[in-house]
Design a protein around this ligand. Sequence first.
Ligand code: NAD
Length: 476
Amino acid sequence: MIEQQYDIKEVERIFKLQREPANLQAMKDTSAKERIDRIAKIERYILDPANQEALAKAMWYDLRKSKEETLATEIIPILTLLVHIKRKLKSWMRPHKVGTPLALTGISSYIRYEPKGHVLLIAPWNYPFQLSIIPLIHAIAAGNVAIVKPSEISAATSAFTKKMIQELFPEEEVAVIEGDVPVATALLEKPFHHIFFTGSPAVGKIVMAAAAKNLTSVTLELGGKSPCVIDETVDIKNVAGQVAWGKLLNNGQTCIAPDYLLVHKSKKQAFIDAFQEWVQKHYNHNGEGIRQSPYYTRIINERNFARVQGLVDEAVSAGAQLISAEAFDESDKFIPPCLLDQVDMDMRIMQEEIFGPVLPILTFDRIEEVPAIIDRLPKPLAMYIMSKKRHHQQYLLDHSTAGGTAINELMITTLNPELPFGGVNNSGIGKSNGKHSFIEFSNERGVMQRRFLDLKMIFPPYKTTIFEWMMRAARW
Ligand code: NAD
């Protein structure tokens, strides 16, 4: 275990330093090229094989995550985003001309994108590097000065992140402050211009309440129970593999992992069989057991192990049937892939985000039953629709709400930076990714400029004819 000493005084010192008007102005004044140059430093750093090795080591330490998965889930998403930002940033930064109503003849209008200024980025432990760095890249793209507060729970990766930022940026531009709740609380007391928080809905509420004291704007990227609906039209073997991959990636500790399954009754048993077969083939390929697989990530810590085990135990004692090939092992923070059959909505496992490799199964007869089940829980971050029937896909889209949705695909929605990413209410507030993040980190300043004519004609004493003309023009 990494013993951390956090220095709460750093909060005061770095906040004050970064808040110097000259430092904020210097970042605000940067051109697209200068911002891209800064972002490219991160790119060079993560492309260096020695740094990739160091990150992989940290991720193995924190989550027992393989190097391949580290590349796939921590590095590649950043690289994909960088290409997009390099291509688009200049056009995003350009003032955006908009039309002006006829009644305002003589005026032109445009939107100017200004940085919010001084931003705080708080990250969780589950994808600890990319969930610190992707918001940072967007914050820099929009011209902000930033403090990053990574999670104290993924301490090795947070230390890697801090070292990288210290090497690449002067602290008046970007600084990492590591810390636990007292440090986060001290940061939240500061009047930042924006807070971008990724984490649980429970802490999201704390963040929003603290931000309200300073009327600081927030983006909250939260979690929740994301459903995966499987109807009777699918190739169940294929779909079971897709779901197993999505659920077991990072050991189920993914905000957009399918949290629970809604499967057509006629496909349930085939799903269970195919899921188990897939697990054996992919995590027990050499026959030594899933536990021995170098690709099977672990639960982050003892507290989360106990939390997930508690959810499963409670469900089983209330009548759920546990289907799992291997035993739980607390000493290794190992929870095997688990399916839970015979669950009902009153069980705690159907009310809390699971965030582990456990998939409860509910069934339905008719697609029309599905929205009411999903509706019993807060609006999800993601929803997955596995169906070959256009009518079913459309029906579910029309009768539900979710932050994002993938049809016949899982998990990868975040990889298209053209699409907004984020939740709805309990699963999040605000959207991120590409231009959506650029706007989130910007103040959209509306500017009107008088070109000709003036308003003298509407000054008192009034001429009725002018107002009659304006009435007509207003409806043009
Ligand atoms: P968390 O909310 O416990 O912690 C997130 C961050 O908040 C950490 O940096 C932590 O130090 C800080 N924090 C914790 N308690 C705090 C408090 N009382 N006051 C101020 N700050 C506090 O979340 P987690 O356990 O690290 O991550 C798991 C959660 O994050 C899940 O709910 C998951 O769905 C969600 N998540 C969402 C996304 C997304 O993009 N929507 C991505 C990853 C994770």
